[in-house]
Design a protein around this ligand. Structure first.
Ligand SMILES: [Zn+2]
Length: 124
């Protein structure tokens, strides 16, 4: 499962951050997932639960926000490709240029970013 390996990297960096700050617990994590990462939100949540078990992440809240992708085409078009309304198609975001129908270059939306980590740090 693609999501599991991505999430294990994410959990690793969260734990690293938490360790650096001597956190005793992580309460909340905000994650931003680009549209073109092809990562399923449900699978990401499931992987998180599994990986968080028996760590200071256990029981924390995971917030996932989706980020729209942007493409750039040879014809000069640059921007978001509005996904079709039905959820079936949203799983595979469009890469075709809306102007000339060529397959365009993805310039945004391929990344998976940890936006925020709320953790409990003991007062020293
Ligand atoms: Zn084009």
């Amino acid at each position: 499962m693609h999501e599991f390996s991505v999430m294990s990297e994410i959990v690793k960096s969260i734990l690293e951050e938490a360790n650096k700050r001597h956190a005793t617990r992580v309460e909340e994590v905000d994650l931003q997932i680009g549209e073109y990462t092809m990562l399923g939100e449900e699978q990401m949540r499931f992987s998180y639960e599994v990986l968080a078990k028996d760590t200071i992440l256990q029981g924390s809240k995971l917030n996932i926000s989706q980020v729209n992708g942007r493409i750039r085409c040879k014809c000069g078009f640059e921007g978001e490709v509005s996904p079709p309304e039905d959820s079936l198609h949203k799983v595979v975001p469009m890469r075709e240029c809306p102007k000339c129908a060529e397959v365009a270059e993805i310039i945004e939306g391929r990344e998976c970013i940890i936006r925020n980590i709320r953790m409990v740090v003991p007062d020293v």
